[in-house]
Ligand binder design. Structure first.
Ligand code: 9MR
Length: 364
């Protein structure tokens, strides 16, 4: 009696809550069943970047990443400032936590990144030394990090964002505000040498070049293709190309199609590596409303990207699509003060219209 009065309704309530938190639909025979997860729908890995604080402080966050994703990228913890606090000291605590957590869930881990002009610790920017000392700094970091994660991290963004919008290499002289100290201290061929050091340190790991804005900056697409051709000619290792795709909701589809198609043409694996779509179109407007029309426009863009990737990238080159963090309020976009909703899940980790459109685009 007590059983049917209290326990049964309780069990039913818990089951309903579990199902409703992931969404459900009616199957062929009319029964209500939970929706599949992204990783079950996608014919290639689907991932998300994970922040250490987000992951360790929030159960809903963990649940979404564990259930929905087959791949995890490390948002910040593997950058120089995340791993290498002093010249002679590495601290792998946070990165190891994320990597092991993902591996426990059977997820693939993509490393991000070995060399970037940004997010370098103060001691690097202040480092004094001749070109041999700088070379040694880069080499030691790459070797130490790759050896540490060997066998646990499948692939790495070896060099991140080396090009400017006009296709020239980012440099301190031309770009005082966000130039590359590596280009300045190591000369124009530092990108190639970084890939060589990486291959020597771990011959099993996949080496990616990763950049942003290629969908709206054709000069960057060309610069990357030229680099790949040059690497092939000189026998410099490179295994894949990352297209970040941080983009405004009004980004033209032509540009998206162009970079996917051209990069697929290299024969290398292609990773959409940091996807988010700004409803604000990069305008900081605190009065912006997330109207139905805007949600639909953004959802259509997510669907288009998934479909285009699936159609234009040959199967063996489909490394996967990764979005840049989980819920709207976890995003670097909202953290930078944009009034925005750039991702697939809302601040309560509920699936959004963008989620369902993206899932449709992934379906075979
Ligand atoms: O999302 C990242 C944010 O939390 C960091 O503060 C920022 C600086 O390290 O980097 C963000 O991620 C960037 C990524 O590493 C490279 N491509 C652009 C991303 C957004 O800025």
């Amino acid at each position: 009696m007590i059983y049917s009065r209290y326990v049964v309704p309780l069990v039913v309530a818990v089951a309903i809550t579990m199902i409703s938190s992931v969404g459900c639909h009616k199957n062929g025979s009319g029964a209500v069943v939970p929706d599949p997860f992204l990783k079950d729908i996608a014919p290639f890995p689907v991932g998300v970047s994970v922040g250490y604080k987000d992951l360790t402080s929030n159960v809903s966050y963990q649940t979404v990443v564990r259930n929905e994703m087959s791949s995890v990228s490390v948002e910040n913890a593997q950058k120089w400032a995340g791993l290498h606090p002093e010249q002679n000291r590495f601290d792998f605590t946070q990165a190891d936590y994320i990597v092991e957590w993902a591996r426990k869930n059977g997820q693939r881990v993509h490393g991000h990144n070995l060399l970037w002009h940004s997010y370098n610790p103060g001691w690097v920017t202040a480092f004094q030394g001749d070109s041999a000392a700088w070379e040694n700094l880069m080499k030691t970091h790459i070797q130490t990090v790759l050896q540490h994660f060997r066998g646990r991290v499948v692939s790495w963004d070896v060099v991140n964002e080396a090009f400017m919008d006009d296709g020239r290499l980012r440099n301190v002289e031309t770009n005082p505000k966000d130039g590359s100290i590596w280009r300045q201290k190591l000369g124009p061929d530092y990108v190639a040498r970084a890939f060589q050091y990486a291959r020597a340190a771990d011959p099993t790991v996949l080496l990616f070049y990763n950049d942003y804005g290629q969908e709206s900056k054709p000069a960057k697409v060309k610069a990357t293709l030229d680099m790949v051709a040059d690497f092939k000619k000189r026998n410099i290792p490179i295994d894949g190309l990352g297209i970040q795709m941080h983009m405004g909701v009004s980004q033209a589809n032509d540009g998206i199609r162009n970079v996917i198609q051209q990069f697929a043409g290299t024969g290398l694996p292609v990773h959409i590596s940091e996807l988010d779509i700004l409803a604000s179109d990069w305008k900081k407007d605190p009065t912006l409303q997330y109207t139905d029309a805007l949600q639909t426009k953004q959802a259509d863009k997510y669907r288009f990207i998934a479909q285009t990737y699936k159609t234009l990238v040959p199967k063996p080159q489909q490394f996967g699509i990764t979005t840049w963090n989980v819920g709207d309020t976890d995003s670097w976009i909202t953290k930078q003060g944009y009034t925005d909703w750039p991702l697939l899940f809302d601040q309560d980790y509920k699936r959004k219209k963008t989620y369902y459109a993206f899932a449709e685009g992934l379906k075979n």
